[in-house]
Design a protein around this ligand. Structure first.
Ligand code: ADP
Ligand code: MG
Length: 912
């Protein structure tokens, strides 16, 4: 009765109803589950009773991983939600029950169902959802199934089950495919639509099994031959699995529909074969949804967030596995009332076995009984998780309106009421997918290997390419180089040939030019050759002569060698003699020391004599003496016969050689005494020769040079002056450098006596005709003119004597013709001094200068100089006043005979 139903929908207030409730409504206050909060009555959940469960879900709640036992496993409470659906009257009922009111009246706003007991009494029941006969399939899905499906997609297990009498619309509610009209699509189809819309085909999976439980036999509706599938329970987690069942992966809705069709066809075939009806079996659709949690760490992870991308890539993906079980139960009608005719009681028992076992379990759970007989049937084993487990369970109980089935309807309602008390603990089925990680890593590894190989290949190709390119460049460079070299070579070859050609031309020209020159040269060369040949032959003859000379010398050398041998024997003899001499010498040395003492004594006496003489004064010295020799001699005479005798005695006793050797004695005194002795000896004409022969002259000259003692100089110069009286000795003195030694001595002398001795010696030398030139050449005249600066009359007398001697010899030579030209005296500048001293007060000086002037005047060549120097006056005076007659005559004759002088006299107006 539709109208009645319509009225019924305007329900009364719950509170008012509560008091009218006579049935088990009160029992809703009781705990619904062993795990549930007992203080929470089912009806108190005001917001969408079935969907309300989802609000109890904590999406980020600590989930269980792989069902492992942990303290977080408790989950969240989730009561079994129960909706009631009323089927509209069918045709048969419309006719049969036309006169009867429906036995159920629904108050959907109040979520209440009233079951008519009789005409005046009803029982009222509250459900989580009350779905009228007008409720659309869509609404049914949204109210009953959608929250469960969403839970499955979130990783919770879910169960949607239909319970009710056969023909009340269980299959209609769950399994309609809606092919004729999509609005008729049942929960299975819609659930899959929602699932497929949510999952990602690349990372998620949806696998479906479809089974039928008939007479405690579990059959695979996707593979009918597999009709005894065993149930495996994980004791720890309580998970149930069916390893034998076919699992089909669903990717699209179409394939799912086909799968359902196939399953239905197999179910029909199986039931036909078994001669049964689908209403006697339980159909179970199992949908396994595995979803990978995107961008989320697992809820239990305590990662600090510092993980690297590597670590992230190595972390297994987090997956949530939700299993949706849709159960289309067999009809709940009693066997005796089902109208089944030919079916055995066994069959009915079996059918009821599972259903009654389910009822018992639900009763036990509803009453919080200690024992739940889950293992009594396969159905309860399969639904273990759906009642009192971890799944979110939604139960729809289907009822028909017919009062004829009031008992069945009441039974169904009671089943639903008890089920509402069952509290489940919802658990998130979340776990790490190590397999998928391994797979992913395998894929990644394969990709990397492929990538590596690809890169390797590319690298090799690149290397090959570069090598080839380099090879090409090298060969190109080589070619270019070879070309360049060849070009260069050809160029140089050409240049070379050209320059050769030029040179040849040049050479040819030169050849022609040189032809003529060469002829001339040849002639010249031939002449030179002839000359050289001549020289060569001359040289050759000279060489021959030299060779002969060498031979000659060689023979002489041989002779000399022979005489050397002889000489050697002579030397031996002489050595013997030398040794004898040495003996003799030793003997004599004794005598020498004795003689030295005697010599000292003599020297003393000699000095005494000199002192005596000096005391006598110069005036007392006899003035007529011309030379120092005679002075020495006179000194010796004056010193008495004793001294002379002692010297003579000494000479005899000691021997001249010994005395001379003392001239070189170390002792200066000895030397002085020795030179005095020699001077004394030299004063004697008889000794002079002997002294010279014994080398005395040489020793004396040496003393002049080597000694610095003026006494020695004086005495030695005196001795030399004495020796210089001899013509032969004069030559010796000259040859031994006497002039220079004497002039040096004079230049150093301070004692006029020394100068007198030196001047005397030179004066003697001036009297030698042969030595004129040499004497003048060695500076004799100049030395005399130097000495005159002393001014001592004795010295000047000696100088005048020397000049007179020189002038006499020169005059003689001029007369003889061996000398020409002006007088050397004039040349050396002696004339002024001669003229100046010609009228000296000292007669020796005057006499010698007058003589010298006369000699000079003898020769016309000197006349002019003499006139200019004023000698003419002196000559005139000499010719008139000179005490010596011969000189007077000579002067007169000269003046008279010389034209120059005559002319000079005339010019000077001298009357002569
Ligand atoms: P059950 O599976 O419980 O045995 P079915 O689903 O087979 O029942 O339904 C029996 C009959 O009732 C079917 O013909 C079906 O079309 C019809 N029926 C069930 N429920 C409804 C409904 N809500 N509206 C219309 N027809 C329904
Ligand atoms: Mg059915």
């Amino acid at each position: 009765m539709a109208s009645g139903g319509g009225n019924n929908r305007n329900g009364t207030h719950r509170n008012s109803l509560k008091g009218t409730t006579t049935t088990s409504t009160a029992s809703t206050d009781k705990p619904l589950s062993v795990n549930s909060n007992p203080s929470k009555p089912a009806f108190k959940n005001k917001s969408s009773p079935l969907t309300g469960a989802s609000s109890g879900l904590r999406k980020s709640s600590p989930g269980s991983l792989g069902g492992g036992a942990a303290k977080d496993d408790a989950g969240v409470p989730g009561r079994v939600r129960v909706a009631v659906r009323l089927r509209p009257r069918n045709a048969e009922e419309s006719v049969a029950d036309a006169d009867f009111a429906d036995c159920v009246e629904l108050q959907p706003e109040l979520k209440r169902l009233k079951l008519r007991k009789n005409n005046w009494d009803t029982d009222t029941y509250e459900f989580d959802e009350v779905l009228t006969e007008f409720a659309s399939q869509k609404r049914v899905y949204e109210v009953v199934a959608k929250p469960v499906v969403e839970g499955v997609l979130d990783g919770y297990n879910g169960t949607i089950m239909a319970y009710g009498q056969t023909g009340t619309g269980k299959t209609y509610t769950l399994g309609r495919l809606g092919e004729e009209d999509t609005a008729n699509r049942g929960i299975m189809v819609r659930a899959m639509e929602d699932i497929l819309a949510e999952v990602s085909p690349e990372i998620d999976s949806v696998l479906v099994s479809y089974l039928q439980l008939y007479m405690e036999s579990l059959q695979d509706l996707l593979d009918p031959t597999n009709d005894n599938i065993s149930i495996v329970e994980e004791p720890k987690s309580g998970d149930v699995s069916l390893p034998g069942a076919t699992l089909v992966e669903i990717r699209d809705q179409q394939s799912f529909l086909e799968l359902l069709r196939l399953g239905e066809a197999h179910r029909h075939a199986a039931n036909t074969k078994l001669n049964t009806e689908s209403s006697r079996s339980h159909a179970l659709l199992m949908v396994h949804v595995k979803r990978t949690v995107k961008g989320r760490e697992p809820a239990h992870s305590s990662d600090n967030g510092n993980s690297t991308s590597m670590a992230r890539s190595l972390r297994p993906p987090l997956v949530r596995k939700g299993k949706l079980v849709v159960v289309d139960l067999a009809g709940s009608e009693r066997i005796d009332k089902s109208g089944s005719d030919g079916h055995t009681r066994e069959e009915a028992k079996s059918i009821n076995l599972s259903l009654s076992a389910l009822g018992k379990c639900i009763n036990a759970l509803a009453e919080n009984s200690a024992h739940v007989p889950v293992r009594d049937s396969k159905l309860t084993r399969l639904l273990r998780d759906s009642f009192g487990g971890t799944a979110r369970t939604s139960l729809v109980i289907t009822v028909g309106p017919s009062p004829r089935h009031r008992g069945e309807t009441a039974s169904t309602i009671m089943f639903g009421q008890r089920a509402m008390k069952v509290e489940n603990m919802l658990k998130l089925k979340e776990e790490f997918d190590y397999k998928s990680l391994a797979r992913r890593l395998d894929i990644q590894l394969d990709k990397l290997i492929m990538e590596h190989e690809r890169k390797q290949k590319a690298f090799e190709v690149e290397i090959e390419r570069i090598t080839a390119e380099a090879q090409n460049r090298i060969s190109e460079a080589e070619r270019n180089y070879a070309d360049a070299v060849e070009k260069e070579r050809l160029k140089y070859q050409k240049d070379y040939m050209e320059s050769i050609k030029k040179l040849e031309e040049k050479w040819m020209m030169n050849q022609q030019n040189q032809g003529n020159e060469r002829k001339e040269q040849m002639v010249h060369i031939a002449e030179e050759v002839a000359e050289v040949k001549k020289l060569l032959s001359k040289e050759t003859s000279l060489r021959k002569a030299a060779e002969e000379e060498v031979d000659n010398l060689k023979s002489q050398l041989a002779q000399l060698k022979m005489s050397e041998a002889l000489a050697n024997s002579e030397i031996l003899k002489l050595q013997k003699m030398v040794e004898d001499e040495v003996c003799q010498k030793e003997k004599l040395e004794g005598e020498i020391s004795m003689l030295q003492s005697q010599l000292l004594h003599l020297s003393f006496e000699a000095d005494e004599t000199r002192k005596r003489l000096d005391r006598g004064g110069p005036g007392k010295v006899p003035g007529g003496l011309d030379s120092p020799v005679s002075q020495v001699r006179s000194q010796l005479k004056d010193s008495g016969n004793g001294e002379k005798a002692s010297v003579a005695k000494l000479f005899e006793q000691v021997g001249l050689q010994k005395i001379l050797s003392l001239l070189e004695a170390e002792d200066a005194d000895v030397r002085i005494h020795a030179v005095k002795v020699v001077a004394n000896l030299a004063a004697e004409e008889t000794n002079q020769q002997k002294i010279v022969e014994a080398g005395g002259l040489k020793s004396l000259l040496m003393l002049l040079g080597s000694s610095e003692d003026e006494t020695i100089h004086r005495v030695a110069a005196g001795a030399i002056a004495n020796l210089a009286m001899n013509e032969k000795n004069q030559e010796l003195i000259m040859s031994q450098g006497g002039i220079s030694l004497l002039s040096t001595t004079a230049s150093h002398a301070k004692d006029p006596q020394t100068l007198r001795m030196v001047a005397g010696a030179i004066a003697n030398l001036c009297g030698n005709d042969k030595l004129q030139t040499k004497l003048r050449g060695e500076g004799g005249i100049k030395a005399l003119l130097e000495i005159v600066k002393c001014g001592h009359p004795d010295v000047l007398a000696q100088v005048a004597r020397g000049i007179a001697n020189f002038a006499k010899c020169e005059s003689r030579a001029s007369t003889q013709g061996s000398k020409t030209g002006r007088s050397l005296l004039i040349e050396d500048g002696a004339l002024p001094w001669i003229v100046q001293n010609a009228n000296s007060d000292a007669s020796p000086i005057r006499r010698h200068t007058e003589l010298a002037l006369c000699h000079l005047a003898q020769h016309e060549v000197n006349a002019k100089d003499m006139i200019s120097e004023g000698a003419l006056w002196e000559l005139v005076r000499i010719s008139q006043d000179c005490p010596r007659e011969d000189i007077r005559t000579l002067a007169h004759r000269t003046l008279a005979s010389s034209p120059d002088f005559i002319a000079g006299l005339k010019r000077l107006r001298i009357d002569y």
